[in-house]
Design a protein around this ligand. Structure first.
Ligand code: ATP
Length: 224
């Protein structure tokens, strides 16, 4: 009888731990994500959500365990060079050039990517169509976040690493964010979201990271 092997997860985190500044931030994390999957990281401030994304982006190396992409260790040279081309990173640092127009701010990401033609449609999708020729310094915080999301859409890489993507967005902006995530996943894309705000992502795995610094017990706690 022929037994078909289950497909490898596109991303596999195998007992991953991560240290920063000689402190263990993440300990023995396991997760697997297939094409079209989503993993939402939650937890208190300082729990390690951004550190988790940094590790996936290879900005921080796992101190123990491994992260596999297509079954290959992402930290190995040869693998890393291909893996990093899969990533679309959105962080709180928005890299918006205030003297450039809104459109230029998306287009130069496309140019760096060797692509063209998707920036305008991406900005329109994110509700910034009428602002494309304005200087980026005119944008509000929420509009800057929409611009960042337009870059993610325009560049269109398979694995999205989104750090607090809904911060500063209004209700309609959050709906747009949820919409682009859904559409990306329909194409087989993968999404990792670190957030402390509620977000609606169907069938997402939720990983709640434990608080890192439990409050020391006081005399009052002990008497309670
Ligand atoms: N540049 C750094 N160098 C050393 N340690 C850091 C650095 N940045 C953060 N840390 C530590 O790593 C821990 C995890 O931080 P991280 O930013 O990953 O948490 P987070 O869950 O994303 O928090 P938040 O919800 O506040 O964004 C923090 O407790 C912090 O002390």
């Amino acid at each position: 009888m022929f037994i078909r092997k289950p497909p490898l997860p596109r991303m596999l985190l195998n007992n991953g731990s991560c240290m920063r500044n000689a402190q263990l931030i993440l300990r023995n994390i396991n997760a697997s994500v297939h094409d079209g999957g989503a993993l939402v990281l939650t937890g208190a401030n300082g729990a390690g959500k951004s550190t988790f994304l940094r590790m996936l982006a290879c900005f921080s190396r796992p101190s123990a365990g491994e992260i596999l992409w297509n079954g290959h260790d992402i930290t190995k040279s040869g693998v890393f060079e291909q893996y990093k081309l899969q990533l679309n990173w959105l962080s709180l640092k928005d890299a918006v050039k205030e003297k450039f127009t809104v459109l230029d701010n998306v287009q130069w990401f496309e140019v760096l990517e060797g692509k063209s033609g998707k920036s305008k449609a991406a900005l329109e999708l994110m509700g910034l169509g009428r602002l494309i020729n304005e200087k980026a310094r005119m944008l509000s915080m929420g509009q800057r976040k929409r611009l960042q999301l337009a870059r993610v859409v325009a560049i269109d890489r398979p694995i999205w690493l989104l750090d607090e993507p809904s911060v500063a967005l209004d209700t309609e902006g959050v709906k747009l964010l949820e919409h682009i995530i859904t559409e990306h996943r329909k194409k087989g894309g993968i999404v990792f979201v670190a957030t402390h705000l509620p977000i609606q992502i169907d069938d997402a795995m939720i990983l709640r990271l434990p608080e890192r610094f439990p409050r020391r017990k006081t005399m009052v706690d002990l008497l309670d």
